[in-house]
Design a protein around this ligand. Structure first.
Ligand SMILES: NC(=O)C1=CN([C@@H]2O[C@H](COP(=O)(O)OP(=O)(O)OC[C@H]3O[C@@H](n4cnc5c(N)ncnc54)[C@H](OP(=O)(O)O)[C@@H]3O)[C@@H](O)[C@H]2O)C=CC1
Ligand SMILES: C[C@H]1O[C@H](OP(=O)(O)OP(=O)(O)OC[C@H]2O[C@@H](n3cnc4c(=O)[nH]c(N)nc43)[C@H](O)[C@@H]2O)[C@@H](O)[C@@H](O)C1=O
Length: 322
């Protein structure tokens, strides 16, 4: 397929470049020959509409990638509903409307698999959007993400803008958030099992029943998909980005124990929430365009754990976290 958007030599603003996704996307874009523009949160709070518009007017990027968001695991999502709804509405609205007002014609917005109804048929196709009630633990975040999809569609419908929306599955990889109060399951279990192994503890606590199923993707695969979509995808409908690699939380904990070399017991704390019973993405449309992921789950976890050990060393990640 002929590229619709040539990346080499273009100025691309990666909003959220210090995050898990933003970091990986920045590296991929640089490899493709793009000139990546960034702004730290200290210099530009993307919840500030006027400041965001000034930044976009001054820099005039050729394209914007919206990888900035208030992001977190099941506990953070339930504990901070205002932050997950309001911050995300503000960030996406300021970036999408700001891009339009500054004449920027190419933008990629990142949503999440949690936009789909809790009871959607599995694996979930794009057309399952808005067909039923959301999972309560992340409904605030999901509503903000659905609004972001609709905003991209609205600018396309009213002004012909080439704004697209990609829905990634659960992610992991180097640079993830390892704070046990706010992280997703993979960094949380990597940190907990690593600490238990080093301290020779007999057991590790896993939240919930261990039965929920999750599909996991390495962040380098997502970054590769984002660059692919930025170059080639130009449709109103959002597009799923999944790996097809689905495991239960109990299976995940076992795989991680093997990667880390831990042979203690996994104890399930049923007082903690399970969240969605299953949220696998149907990524048939993306595959039909010619993109496939590279990492197996075990290889991705090994690579991420090697990074974790290198980053945090013998102390683990106990610095600055709960
Ligand atoms: N992680 C996952 O499993 C999944 C993530 N996604 C989506 O991918 C995108 C990226 O997520 P991820 O990389 O994991 O998230 P991170 O939390 O790792 O990164 C988010 C980035 O956004 C920045 N940011 C947040 N709020 C503001 C603000 N008010 N002003 C300026 N910058 C801000 C952060 O800045 P700072 O570095 O200063 O904190 C950080 O760089 C999000 O849209 C998320 O919804 C989708 C599915 C799964
Ligand atoms: C990406 C995605 O991420 C979130 O949805 P989630 O998939 O439910 O999130 P999670 O990674 O936190 O949990 C997955 C499963 O794992 C179990 N679990 C076990 N032990 C730990 C643990 O120690 N920490 C965490 N966080 N979870 C644990 C946990 O109980 C749950 O059953 C939303 O933010 C959503 O909005 C979103 O987009």
């Amino acid at each position: 397929m002929a590229p619709q958007f040539e990346i080499a030599g273009k100025n691309v603003f990666v909003a959220g470049h210090r995050g898990l996704v933003g970091r990986a996307v920045t590296q991929h874009l640089i490899r493709e020959g793009a000139n990546v523009l960034t702004a730290s949160r200290a210099d530009l709070d993307l919840r500030d509409q006027a400041a965001t518009k000034v930044f976009l007017k001054d820099t005039v990027p050729d394209a914007v990638i919206v990888a900035a968001a208030t992001v977190g695991g099941i506990l953070a999502n339930s504990t901070y509903p205002v932050d997950f709804l309001n911050d995300n509405l503000l960030i996406e609205s300021n970036l999408i409307s700001g891009a339009h007002e500054c004449g920027i014609d190419r933008l990629l917005f990142l949503g999440s698999s949690c936009i789909y109804p809790r009871e959607a048929p599995q694996p979930m196709r794009e057309d399952a959007l808005l067909t039923g009630p959301l999972e309560p633990t992340n409904q605030w975040y999901a509503v903000a993400k659905i609004a972001g999809i609709m905003l991209c569609r609205a600018y396309r419908a009213q002004y012909g803008r080439s704004y697209i929306a990609a829905m990634p599955t659960n992610l992991y990889g180097p640079g993830d958030n390892f704070d046990l109060n706010t992280s997703h399951v993979i960094p949380a279990l990597m940190r907990k099992i690593d600490a238990a192994a080093r301290e020779r503890r007999p057991s590790v606590e896993i939240w919930g029943t261990g039965t929920p199923l999750r599909e996991f993707m390495h962040v380098d695969d997502l970054a590769s998909a984002i660059v692919f979509l930025l170059k080639t995808y130009d449709e109103a409908e959002h597009i799923n980005v999944g790996s097809g690699q689905e495991v239960s939380i109990a299976e995940l904990a076992n795989i991680l124990s093997g990667v880390i070399g831990y042979d203690g017991k996994l104890v399930f704390d049923r007082s903690k929430p399970d969240g969605s019973p299953r949220k696998a993405l149907d990524s048939t449309r993306l595959a039909a365009l010619g993109w496939t992921p590279n990492y197996s789950l075990t290889e991705g976890l090994k690579q991420t754990y090697a990074w974790y050990r290198h980053e945090f060393g013998e102390a683990g990640s106990d610095v600055g976290a709960a």
